[in-house]
Design a protein around this ligand. Structure first.
Ligand SMILES: [Zn+2]
Ligand SMILES: [Zn+2]
Length: 1003
């Protein structure tokens, strides 16, 4: 049949997707199933899905490989497809097939040279941290730059036909990096993209553009090219694709995205998207014929690493190895040991020898590769941490450090980043902009790693005692303590147990860890709330975007569901973007909540409305409420900008919440913020306030805003819409933000940072107030200070000194009560030390309580200190010589011995014992029985002097035991010493003394 290329695909689709195919595709639940099913459908009718006319014109023939894939080749004799599994590994190194040698950067220059004259617009790369994309933290492909809003048609593409050198990050193949010679965590995917309606779609041309690039631009003979028929599916869209292979290397994949999956089955996309992603690394490698990709992409960095390590490339061995290194691809290998054995067999060398020779070489590749990914990721605004995407950065950083430590190399990862920046200057000058900051971030990260390593030994020992270590435990150890499997292995070696322990580390450990994190994040992402049915009314017109002082309007009631009301337009701000909703009234009836559902604003009244649908109503927003929230919101932008200025460009907003009381802003930062820095941020913020800058609030086409201000505008996360609202504090900050904002920064009034706390690794929360909230806070603080002044009897500037003194002396007196050693200095407060700084903040840190609890806490300390003084006084009295002499003089005669019975209150038991000893030492004829009334009951202590002890039958231990039994108490002792407790009793102390006396004199 004759294929007509000018026929719009929409018509082709209705012709091609038969009922049978639609049914087959409809049941596909996952992208994987879709891809598999559609590959079959497309290859059953290639003329309808692939540019077969162009392929035939170029002399390609269609063949079927044993693996089931249809492929195109110009070679009569070729029987297998280009997949390494079918064609026997990579063969690039032998007889480099490319006639033109291109350096890494020249690959990009070449494609621009060939395609720019054909109306492609080369554009700058997007950040690899995808702030604009709600579905993915990192940019994982060139097409990600345009997800989701360009693809969905909501936003205009920067150009209909474009080229982009997009740096991407993917962390599912970490273990392969360095080993297989072709895996990277970070790579540039050169995108050839078109975004056109079906009638402008020209598949044949798009195919020819890339064929010309690879054939003419890179100088690859057609004999060296194998093209596979394949398909692709992702995020609900799918289409067929052509994969270009040469010598076992997939050079690029041209995806013709034409359909989307819906609950009713597949449907043609309104906007057809060409998604061609070409690995710049792979093409450079291929064109240069280096033994692996790394040698082709960062030769300068490798030369620097080799200078330091003296690890030279053993080219002969490596060339042999590289032909088989694909066998070590962890994705396709179940048992890594066997895979290494297989490679060793092929090379006719022992496994151990092979590893000893190869691993130092591959370690250098890993270090260089990981440094490059870290450079881009940190530069683009992500920090290593233990959460989300930051976790991946930590994993690769630690993997690199493990290699460095293992081989004992003197390599600093920050240096490696700097070499990369230099090597990439001509294509990505922006990664040289924050190198000093990156050094500091990596220094802190390395510090954290070694601290972890230090404590690893003990933790691992504990776990090992329980027995063998499972994969789950390994992941847990890594997750919660940052202990890597290598650390576990090392610790296990040192830990010699009788039980034989084997720690089996899964080959794909890091992938498992990363996967686990992705899963937990997915769970958080898929929360869904109840939805009201609002489809039959028009969307609400919001009136709060331009002037926060506009707080009333007339509106028509469009819908009422119970106490929920939707109007045609409203000044009421619904909770969104971390800003709390407004409160106010509709026709004098209070509403307590307002939320957004799609583009509808729903007001929640306290009671069911007295008005009905169709009525015209008066809407009013509480003015104080609105002003305070706007102050807190504008303050948030100001503090964010100030923090970035003071701490560095790595600072980005990670979350924010604005309420009446205060606002908090979570920023990305790698350590606690010092007090000095906090003060600087606060000062800078207030400077911006005082400058009285007019805010610029407006809607802009998204693409224009991105071009003008960059991707940093998405501080609050992704925002949908073709047009986005830009909140600009000229010269300070620009953000895409939908909140209510002041008209001038001076309306913020004073900003006060009240707290800074690390809420998770890599994220610090700043809490602050603005406007009236600051005023109120200041008043509260004044009151607190007044209270504290009166307790400690000093002025505010001396409070810190006094409190420190009190704390110290409180502790000292507590000690003195136990050991009897009193320093008279501790009996008064004298400090007049002056403190310069935030007094209340300092005090609450010293005393470890919230500010509001300071008076209570200090009062308590103060009265306890006073009480201790009293106790010490009575203790000193009790032990004084005079007192003892008095006691002895008051004794009564018992069997010619001197019996002393005396009651005390709340004395320390040790003091009572000391007193007894002092008495019997002074008077060896004495028998003492002391009672001590305490909270628990009455303590009894008895002691005999040496005379009664040696000469009488009387046993004080037994006596006390018997006596206490009468009260249900417990006690006892020896002949010369006894003690015990009478539990709480109503009996008067005098009565107890009488009973002791009568029991004594009776016996
Ligand atoms: Zn095959
Ligand atoms: Zn905002």
């Amino acid at each position: 049949m004759i294929y007509n290329f000018n026929l719009p695909l929409s018509k082709l689709l209705t012709m091609t997707l038969s009922e049978e195919f639609i049914d087959k595709l409809k049941i596909c639940k996952t992208d994987k199933e879709l891809k598999r099913e559609f590959k079959k459908i497309a290859s059953e009718d290639p003329d309808k899905y692939f540019p077969t006319k162009e392929l035939r014109n170029l002399g390609y023939m269609r063949k079927l490989c044993n693996c089931g894939t249809y492929f195109w080749t110009v070679l009569e004799e070729r029987e297998v497809c280009g997949d390494p599994a079918c064609s026997g590994g990579f063969q690039v190194v032998i007889n480099n097939p490319s006639q033109i040698q291109l350096s890494y950067i020249e690959v990009w220059e070449k494609i621009v040279e060939i395609l720019e004259p054909r109306d492609y617009v080369p554009i700058k790369r997007y950040p690899c941290v995808a702030r604009w994309n709600p579905t993915s933290e990192f940019t994982i492909a060139s097409i990600s730059a345009f997800q989701p809003y360009v693809i969905s048609g909501e936003v205009e593409p920067p150009a209909k036909k474009l080229l982009i050198p997009q740096f991407c990050l993917r962390f599912n193949d970490i273990e392969n990096v360095g080993i297989t010679g072709s895996h990277c965590t970070g790579f540039v995917m050169i995108g050839q993209h078109t975004f056109v309606p079906p009638e402008e779609w020209k598949q044949g041309e798009l195919f020819m553009d890339m064929h010309d690039f690879i054939h003419e631009g890179v100088g690859l003979a057609k004999e060296e090219i194998t093209i596979h028929e394949d398909s692709w599916a992702g995020g609900g869209s799918f289409g067929c694709s052509l994969e270009f292979f040469s010598r076992g290397v997939e050079l690029f994949n041209q995806v013709y995205t034409m359909f989307e999956q819906t609950p009713d089955g597949p449907r043609e996309l309104k906007l057809k998207v060409l998604d061609m992603g070409l690995g710049q690394e792979r093409v450079a490698w291929f064109s240069q014929g280096t033994p692996n990709m790394y040698e082709a992409i960062f030769p300068y960095v490798l030369s620097k690493l080799r200078e330091i390590t003296k690890i030279e490339l053993d080219l002969e061995l490596y060339n042999q190895f590289s032909q088989y290194s694909a066998y070590l691809n962890i994705d396709e290998v179940d048992d890594m040991d066997k895979a290494w054995q297989r490679v060793a067999n092929e090379l006719d060398i022992g496994v151990k020898e092979l590893k000893n020779k190869i691993l130092p070489m591959t370690a250098l590749y890993s270090i260089a590769e990981h440094a490059r990914s870290l450079l881009f990721a940190i530069n683009d605004g992500k920090l290593p941490s233990n959460v989300g995407g930051g976790y991946n950065l930590r994993v690769i950083f630690r993997r690199a450090i493990s290699f460095i430590d293992h081989f004992n190399w003197d390599i600093n990862m920050a240096d490696v980043c700097i070499w990369h920046a230099k090597e990439l200057k001509d294509i990505f000058p922006e990664v040289s902009e924050h190198l000093e900051e990156i050094r500091e971030i990596l220094d802190v990260e390395r510090e954290k790693f070694y601290i972890t390593k230090k404590k690893a030994g003990k933790i691992v020992e504990k776990v090992l005692k329980k027995g063998a270590i499972s994969t789950e435990t390994l992941i847990e150890l890594y997750d919660s303590n940052g202990i890597s499997p290598d650390m576990v292995k090392e610790a296990a070696k040192k830990f010699k147990l009788k039980v034989k322990l084997k720690v089996k580390i899964p080959d794909d450990f890091y992938s498992l860890v990363v996967e686990k994190h992705e899963k937990t994040e997915q769970i958080h992402a898929t929360k869904k709330e109840i939805e009201l049915n609002l489809t039959d009314i028009p969307e609400t017109e919001p009136l709060y975007y331009y002037d926060y002082t506009k707080i009333s309007n007339k509106a028509k009631v469009l819908k009422i569901i119970d106490n929920m009301v939707v109007l045609d337009k409203t000044v009421v701000y619904p909770t969104s973007g971390g800003q709390l909703h407004d409160v106010g009234t509709i026709n004098k009836q209070k509403f307590k909540d307002a939320f957004k559902q799609g583009n509808y604003i729903v007001h929640v009244l306290e009671e069911n409305p007295k008005f009905k649908e169709g009525d015209i109503v008066d809407v009013e927003v509480d003015e104080y409420w609105r002003t305070q929230l706007s102050q807190h919101h504008t303050a948030t932008h100001i503090v964010n900008a100030a923090a970035k200025e003071i701490l560095g460009s790595h600072v980005n907003q990670a979350g924010a919440k604005k309420t009446l009381k205060n606002s908090h802003l979570d920023i990305t930062h790698y350590e606690q913020i010092s007090t000095d820095n906090l003060l600087e941020i606060e000062n800078r913020s207030n400077e911006i306030v005082k400058e009285g800058i007019d805010l610029n609030l407006r809607f802009m086409p998204r693409t224009e805003a991105e071009l003008q201000y960059g991707m940093a505008i998405y501080q609050g996360g992704a925002v949908p819409g073709k047009k986005i609202r830009i909140v600009e504090v000229p010269g300070v900050d620009v953000e895409a933000c939908g909140g209510t904002h002041l008209n001038n920064t001076s309306e913020t009034s004073e900003i006060m940072i009240t707290k800074s706390q690390k809420i998770q690794d890599g994220i610090v929360r700043l809490t602050f107030t603005a406007g009236k909230a600051t005023q109120e806070l200041k008043e509260r603080n004044m009151k607190l200070l007044d209270e504290l002044n009166s307790i400690l009897r000093v002025d505010s500037d001396k409070l810190v000194g006094r409190a420190n003194e009190l704390l110290e002396k409180w502790k000292n007196l507590n000690k003195a009560l136990k050991n009897g050693k009193v320093n008279s200095n501790d009996l008064e407060l004298t400090s007049s030390e002056v403190f310069e700084g935030a007094v209340l903040k300092e005090l609450s840190q010293i005393l470890n309580v919230k500010k509001d609890q300071l008076p209570t806490k200090i009062k308590k300390l103060h009265s306890e200190w006073e009480e201790s003084k009293e106790k010490l006084k009575s203790m000193q009295n009790v032990l004084s010589k005079e007192f003892i002499e008095t006691l002895i003089s008051e004794s009564q005669n018992f069997d010619n011995y001197k019996l002393i019975i005396k009651a005390f209150e709340n004395l320390d038991q040790a003091d009572l014992r000391n007193l007894s000893i002092k008495v019997v030492k002074k008077e060896n004829n004495a028998i003492t029985i002391f009672l001590n009334i305490t909270d628990k009951g009455i303590m009894l202590t008895g002691m005999l002097g040496s005379q009664p002890s040696d000469n009488s039958e009387f046993n004080i231990g037994n006596f006390i035991k018997d006596f206490l039994a009468e009260f249900g108490g417990k006690g006892g002792g020896r002949k010369d010493y006894g003690q015990g407790l009478i539990p709480k009793t109503d009996i008067e102390i005098q009565e107890i003394i009488s009973r002791i006396e009568s029991k004594l004199f009776r016996s």
